[in-house]
Design a protein around this ligand. Sequence first.
Ligand code: ADP
Ligand code: MG
Length: 339
Amino acid sequence: MAVIHVLDKHTAELIAAGEVVERPASVVKELIENSIDAGSTAVTVAIVRGGVGSIEVSDNGSGIEAEYISTAFVRHATSKIAREEDLAAIGTLGFRGEALASIAAVAKVDLLTRTEADEYACLYRQAGGEELSAEAAARPVGTTITVRDLFYNVPARMKFLKKDTSEGNYVSDVVLRQALAHPEISFRFVRDGREQFHTPGDGDAMSAIYAVLSREFAKNLMQVSYRQGVLGVEGYVTAPIACRGSRSMQFFYINGRQVEDRTLMAALETAYKGMAMQGRFPGCVLNVTMPLERVDVNVHPAKTEVRFANTGEIFDLMYKAVKSTVSRPDAPQKRLDLS
Ligand code: ADP
Ligand code: MG
């Protein structure tokens, strides 16, 4: 007969961590979100060997007070929400209090942080969820988190990682998606010691697009700025004439959160019906702004899936925003000469 028993804490922790930390790119996504939530204006991401060697995310945000550092590593410990009602209107990227706990459960983590009120920074070291040391150190206000030996204690997960180059490409994708969503923050991405891109952080969405995507893509964009009551869509879409053979350049955000969403994608493409050739797809960098309580972001640990209170309303909004843009008389009619 099967014996039913509760798993030991360590095993349960590894299972929970597996939902949040799938690969180096998921670590980077969580760390960048924390930097953004901390009010940073500059974020540097540096990886070695696709992030499998090491991941370092450094910001100039609020920092963490020394007395709260160890709490930040406890599962379900967060400074972003406090009670049940708060789940109905989440205004930060993080809220689950799971990232640091999950990362620390499957890697070696150093956290160096200093707040405005501190005279010294604090260097806090963890491995496999165990605190190793905490000591005084130096750095300007902000936080640097270094993650090494990812999955060193989870060989099953380690086996499923792809080649370093592929893992590095996933990381690159995560950083560029966040950089596109936050032109007010300067993002620098360094891969094996070489700078890949650097956004100016001047608040202009187009300068972020130029910094991380191709010139060719940036040149063929049309600006979208659409409002419908409390809902809005801002950003850029590809001119119909410049649509391409793949969907790889579609970047959607809800209130600054990067999302994967079929409704938004369908609405975008429907708006190009009859304007773009069959089998050609628009690219976009579009942010939907809407009241926090009309979108549920608490759907999946990775937080890229959302549920709308009214899906039809969002389809309609996106369709009209894009349609009114691409049918403007100033839409480029012929391929621009790029020479
Ligand atoms: P969540 O982001 O859901 O709150 P995390 O595990 O990602 O959970 O982080 C736990 C807490 O640690 C955060 O709520 C925040 O208070 C603090 N924290 C983490 N990273 C940073 C950072 N880069 N700057 C300032 N505070 C941070
Ligand atoms: Mg977080």
